[in-house]
Design a binder for this molecule. Structure first.
Ligand SMILES: NC(=O)c1ccc[n+]([C@@H]2O[C@H](COP(=O)([O-])OP(=O)(O)OC[C@H]3O[C@@H](n4cnc5c(N)ncnc54)[C@H](O)[C@@H]3O)[C@@H](O)[C@H]2O)c1
Length: 253
């Protein structure tokens, strides 16, 4: 399809793996130049290599989204290399341990909030001034179905993803009249390297989670990438402050 992201510059955090990687490839497929930011250098370089092999332009920046200097650095790198920043997908995230609230460790809660909440806030903090200076842009932040419904464990993860929706709504109101559109994506359960790794440690979870999904199959990273690409495109010009569920009805029950 011709490129709705042609000549755009997109930044993807957590772009080394899973949903982030699939979305980086999708943006590139649409003609965007892509900055892949991640703590995982091997996966990040691999994603960049895949884009370049397909004839696209990409740059890897090693960054911990929970660190202000790194978040600032990834935006600066995008502007330095490609001259602007049109799209920011604040997607890097981690899960907290699958335990009840009393068993949750303080360090686990702190790190989950640092990456999932502070990381998204920092991503917006440094992308927005650049977008305002250019006259506009589009931001998508990754939440989860877990930001909307609870399954009774992983309170740190659930609350962090709830906070992403809240942060998005506040920022959406703040920049509504200035051309920066800001939305949240709430994926259902997706077969990503992160989940496959979790299922290695908790094999029963792979069967149990499937029962939560009306379609009885896990989503693919590409199915989320498709929705993110649309949210970031000019076709979504009237979509702002929205938390978009892509979960085949998992939360409809
Ligand atoms: N997979 C699912 O079922 C699912 C469902 C809902 C929401 N999500 C959310 O989607 C996002 C992507 O998850 P995924 O499933 O693709 O996971 P994944 O583990 O495959 O990929 C996550 C990426 O984020 C990177 N990352 C982690 N901490 C980072 C940090 N501090 N700084 C920079 N990069 C960091 C990892 O290195 C990895 O490359 C996460 O925010 C996750 O919470 C996933």
């Amino acid at each position: 399809m011709p490129s709705q992201s042609a000549a755009k510059v997109a930044l993807v955090t957590g772009g080394a793996s899973g949903i982030g990687r699939a979305t980086a490839l999708r943006f590139a497929c649409d003609g965007a130049s892509v900055v892949v930011a991640d703590i995982n250098a091997n996966g990040g370089h691999e994603a960049v290599g895949m884009i370049e092999r397909d004839g696209g332009q990409a740059l890897f920046v090693q960054a911990d989204v929970a660190k202000a200097a790194d978040a600032d650095g990834m935006v600066r790198a995008a502007v330095q290399r490609f001259g602007r920043l049109d799209v920011a997908f604040n997607n890097a995230g981690i899960v907290s341990a699958g335990v009840t609230t009393d068993a949750l460790l303080e360090d686990d809660l702190d790190r989950t909030f640092a990456v999932n909440v502070k990381g998204v806030w920092l991503g917006m903090k440094y992308a927005i001034p650049q977008m305002l200076a250019q006259g506009g842009g589009a931001i998508v932040n990754t939440s989860s179905i877990r930001g909307l419904v609870s399954y009774g464990i992983q309170s740190a993860y659930s609350v962090s993803k709830d906070a992403v929706i809240g942060l998005t709504r506040v920022a959406a109101l703040e920049y509504a009249s200035q051309g920066v559109r800001i939305n949240t994506i709430c994926p259902g359960i997706i077969r990503t390297p992160g989940n496959v790794n979790y299922w290695k440690h908790f094999p029963q979870a792979e069967q149990d989670w499937l029962k939560l999904i009306p379609l009885r199959r896990y989503g693919t990273p590409e199915e989320i990438a498709e929705a993110v690409a649309w949210l970031c495109s000019d076709q979504a010009s009237f979509v702002h402050g929205h938390a978009m569920l892509v979960d085949v009805g998992t939360t409809a029950e």
